[in-house]
Write a protein that binds this ligand. Structure first.
Ligand SMILES: C[S@@+](CC[C@H](N)C(=O)[O-])C[C@H]1O[C@@H](n2cnc3c(N)ncnc32)[C@H](O)[C@@H]1O
Length: 218
């Protein structure tokens, strides 16, 4: 489970949350049911990052959004609020339970015509999906981040944005972590690669557990 207090002063986190527009009732309900129903509820982006994702979708005027890692649907529902006219989200999920849970949250909110959940290993599904995508949110298994990045970069719209979650790995990417776990090792390599990749421009923001924004160079 994520504990953002590890990286950011808890008082600062609370202050930031208190000065972020609260989520609508349907998202609050997903937050509550996910916390109650899933031991790994901390995988959910939550209210602050949810609003941040919505803002990115809105500012990019994104109409084709791709998400890798659906879980209970919180982040895709948050992003839906920022979609441009005619916009839609495709969300990829491997765990067979979540493509049942997420639509069960999405439909009562009236968002079923905006969000499609595709079940299966994301890398295999990605082979079948055609771009261009205006915004891609990567938030699945950390060891596959590089493979997801390589798979989606060619499908990114010229002004598109790749948004990558958990790039700080609770500090596991830092040199002071002498024995990083497997996800942290993967993120160290991924972060080093992206910042040196001439194909892109990136910024690693210290929002929650680290959110990296990537666009095409030039
Ligand atoms: C961090 S959670 C996603 C949280 C979600 N974005 C949210 O904020 O509510 C990661 C999800 O990725 C899924 N996942 C893990 N490996 C995957 C894979 N190879 N293909 C597709 N989904 C995968 C997990 O089952 C899990 O539901």
């Amino acid at each position: 489970m994520r504990d953002m207090a590890q990286l950011v002063d808890p008082e600062v986190e609370l202050y930031a949350a208190a000065h972020t527009t609260p989520p609508p009732a349907h998202l609050e309900a997903v937050d509550v049911s996910t916390r109650e129903g899933f031991a790994a509820w901390g995988m959910m982006v939550g209210r602050q990052e949810g609003r941040f994702l919505e803002m990115l979708v809105f500012a990019a005027q994104a109409t084709r959004v791709l998400e890798i890692g659906t879980f209970t649907g919180y982040s895709s529902m948050a992003m839906a609020a920022g979609l441009g006219a005619g916009g839609s989200i495709i969300s990829l999920e491997m765990d067979p339970h979540h493509p049942v849970t997420a639509p069960g949250n999405i439909a009562p909110a009236g968002l079923e015509s905006f969000i499609s959940v595709i079940e299966g290993p994301a890398l295999r599904t990605l082979e079948q999906l055609q771009g261009p995508f205006d915004l891609v949110f990567i938030d699945a298994d950390k060891v596959s981040y590089d493979a997801y990045y390589e798979a989606v970069l060619p499908k990114l719209a010229p002004h598109g944005l790749i948004v990558v979650d958990n790039t700080l790995q609770h500090g596991g990417v830092l040199a002071r972590t002498e024995q990083p776990n497997e996800p942290a090792r993967a993120l160290r390599a991924f972060n080093d690669k992206v910042v040196n990749d001439p194909r892109v421009v990136c910024v690693l923001t210290t929002i929650r557990d680290g959110v990296t924004l990537i666009r095409r160079a030039g």
